[in-house]
Ligand binder design. Structure first.
Ligand SMILES: *Cc1c(COP(=O)(O)O)cnc(C)c1O
Length: 342
């Protein structure tokens, strides 16, 4: 593709010296699992997001699972979450032995619909622990979870994740769970996991953390550039940013009427422009959750979103010319659409 969805090579080129220095520091020191680099990164992240504790783990998925376990979630529990997200959120619930309970999303924000959640909590009496999926997580709720998957706003050069919390007990428990359930080596208090953040990833993430605010600002600039060029284009809806909210634009996701969405995607691909669909099938309709008994039509907003969303290329190093080209091709396809495209 001439214009990729994300360009991690461009990012590395811009910070190569800092990254290489950090990586060499770790290799010279010879300490690769947890250790001082991970501790320093945990402190810096806690300060950055305004949480008391940050615990580095092996992935975002495991951050979710360990946080749920540390909160005492287990077999027999029901945990509410959104059907319109990556499978990891529901998977973490299932892997704790609990059952995911889905609640439809808000049409504009794609986040879990708070009103629908309130309605569900009134109907159901068993204890519920909602796991919303949202942006820039910090210190709200019992715990917040981050993924450092390479393509995320703050991405490692491999897998990584983190649990943020203000609750010391939860932090301590996640620390034990990530490291075979021990506080002291070879003395195991709980059945745990091998889910540690490694020092190389921590060192790389420490470098990137210094740039992340600039990158978010650049993403926001690219987003306004898209918005200016695509505002008012027939059949297209731009991302919504609520008043008092900020969007970090990990993705730049527009909505396109269903059939045209796939035709537009094909056309952009033929022009060398990559796009993606996050996500093409709502979680309640996935084969893995068939036994939960959900049906098509149960969550109309989530199901409509899966047919209409289209994520356009978005990364801090994109040029305005590239955005102009993408917008021009989108308009071009929409203006020349035929009856059968709708
Ligand atoms: C990326 C992502 C995950 C998965 O994180 P990994 O680090 O890949 O395990 C889970 N939930 C959401 C919402 C994500 O965006």
């Amino acid at each position: 593709m001439d214009i990729p969805l994300v360009d991690l090579k461009a990012q590395y080129a811009a910070i190569r010296e800092e990254i290489d220095t950090a990586v060499h520091r770790v290799m010279e020191r010879g300490e690769f699992i947890l250790g001082s680099e991970v501790e320093a990164f945990e402190k810096e992240m806690a300060a950055y997001l305004g949480a008391k504790y940050a615990v580095g783990v092996a992935s975002g998925t495991e951050a979710l699972q360990l946080a749920l376990l540390a909160c005492g979630i287990g077999p027999g529990d029901e945990v509410v979450t959104t059907p319109f997200t990556f499978i990891a959120t529901a998977e973490a619930i299932t892997q704790c032995g609990a059952t995911p309970v889905f609640v439809d999303i808000d049409r504009r924000t794609y986040n879990l619909n708070p009103q629908k959640l309130a309605e569900l909590l009134q109907r159901k009496l068993s204890p519920q622990s909602p796991v919303p999926s949202h942006r820039k997580v910090g210190s709200i709720g019992d715990a917040g979870c981050l993924s450092f998957f390479p393509s995320k706003v703050l991405g490692a050069y491999g897998d990584g994740g983190m649990v943020m919390t203000n609750n010391r007990e939860i932090a301590e428990k996640v620390k034990m769970l990530r490291n075979h359930g021990c506080r002291e080596k070879y003395y195991h208090l709980l059945p745990g996991f091998n889910s540690r953040l490694d020092a190389l990833q921590a060192a790389i993430l420490r470098v990137k953390l210094r740039h992340v605010d600039d990158w978010i600002r650049l993403r926001q600039e690219k987003a306004s550039c898209y918005a200016q060029l695509l505002e008012g284009v027939d059949g297209i809806e731009l991302p919504y940013v609520g008043s008092g909210s900020e969007h970090v634009f990990n993705y730049y996701t527009i909505r396109v009427r269903a059939l045209l969405r796939d035709k537009l995607r094909e056309y952009l691909s033929s022009q060398g422009i990559a796009t993606a669909i996050y996500y093409p099938l709502s979680l309640h309709l996935q084969e893995v959750y068939r036994s939960l008994g959900y049906q098509p039509g149960d969550f109309p907003e989530s199901e409509r979103a899966q047919e209409e969303v289209l994520s356009l290329p978005m990364y801090p190093e994109m040029s305005e010319e590239e955005i102009e080209r993408i917008a021009k091709e989108i308009k071009n396809k929409i203006e020349t659409r035929t009856e059968s495209d709708w």
